[in-house]
Ligand binder design. Structure first.
Ligand SMILES: C[S@@+](CC[C@H](N)C(=O)[O-])C[C@H]1O[C@@H](n2cnc3c(N)ncnc32)[C@H](O)[C@@H]1O
Length: 272
């Protein structure tokens, strides 16, 4: 397990998504829970949450992160070891308020890391020239080619759709990547695939992880500009489209439907 892989995903971002797109007491689902950032954020925000992961190690890690009790908080969070394709065996239709996840990113991580996005001393860190991947399990999305990955992601999310409430959001965090000097637009493949499977894209939010990647502030901006493709990630915001009667009553406009705690009121956002 690479602890590094998980340390770069900020809990503050997870909390922002959860408070924007769900209400207290609702159920948040993370189909690729990893070290459990979603579950910890959900606990802090009094949301019920369930996360799934192929790997026992990650499920145990989630359980240990959740071990500390919080007073006055009645919501429950649970990590289950199973593959994402099986999630519909555990949950009732329309029981999920929000799907929120940071999935594996096809087999692009199965190669030697050159840390080109990192500058100076941080480039030759413990990941340098190591192959970083989650496992060799054939069910692990991190081992698949982009084509196979997109299809299996489609299969997984198609099965998740009936579990989601109508107008419930599904937010997926994904980067693009560079491979042999070509930009691999994982976010485009995912948008196309999920649209085919019945989801509607509502919004794309970009979050800037420059400071996390390079551990430098604003003075590093010229080099950040060059490597921008890997220093921001997309938050693809889909929803389960409303039922027909809702559409006829005109209850489905083009605006962001989330819980407006975070004040997000435009169609394109960049978050730092
Ligand atoms: C990017 S990590 C999740 C990171 C997470 N946001 C965190 O905070 O740690 C992706 C996870 O998906 C899991 N995974 C890969 N393929 C899976 C599958 N088919 N079903 C369930 N989990 C899977 C991996 O074991 C890995 O822990």
């Amino acid at each position: 397990m690479s602890s590094k892989t998980h340390s770069t995903f900020p809990i503050s971002l997870s909390k922002r998504i959860i408070s924007l797109f769900s209400h207290e007491g609702e159920l948040v689902l993370d189909p690729f829970v990893g070290s459990g950032t979603t579950l910890v954020a959900a606990r802090d925000l009094n949301r019920n949450a369930v996360g799934f992961d192929l790997k026992e190690d990650y499920v145990k890690l989630c359980q240990s992160r959740l071990a500390s009790e919080t007073l006055f908080n009645h919501a429950q969070q649970l990590a289950i070891q199973d593959e994402a394709l099986n999630i519909s065996n555990y949950l009732e239709p329309e029981s999920v308020g929000l799907i929120w996840t940071s999935p594996p990113y096809a087999n692009l991580l199965n190669r030697k890391r050159k840390n080109k996005s990192r500058r100076g001393d941080t480039r030759k860190n413990e990941q340098f020239m190591k192959v970083e991947k989650y496992s060799q399990d054939p069910r692990d999305l991190g081992t698949m080619s982009l084509e196979q990955y997109s299809t299996v992601m489609g299969d997984i999310f198609e099965r998740l759709l009936p579990l989601l409430k109508y107008k419930g959001h599904c937010v997926i965090n994904v980067p693009d990547m560079w491979w042999e000097n070509e930009r691999i637009t994982i976010h485009v493949s995912l948008i196309e695939e999920l649209r085919k499977r019945g989801y509607e894209l509502r919004n794309i939010i970009i979050w800037d992880r420059t400071n996390i990647v390079n551990r430098i502030g604003i003075f590093g901006w010229p080099s950040n500009y060059i490597t921008m493709g890997v220093t921001f990630e997309y938050l693809l915001d889909f929803w389960r489209p409303p039922q027909n009667e809702d559409i006829q009553q005109g209850n489905s406009d083009g605006s962001i439907e989330g819980n407006s705690e975070s004040g997000m009121d435009t169609q394109c956002q960049t978050w730092k």
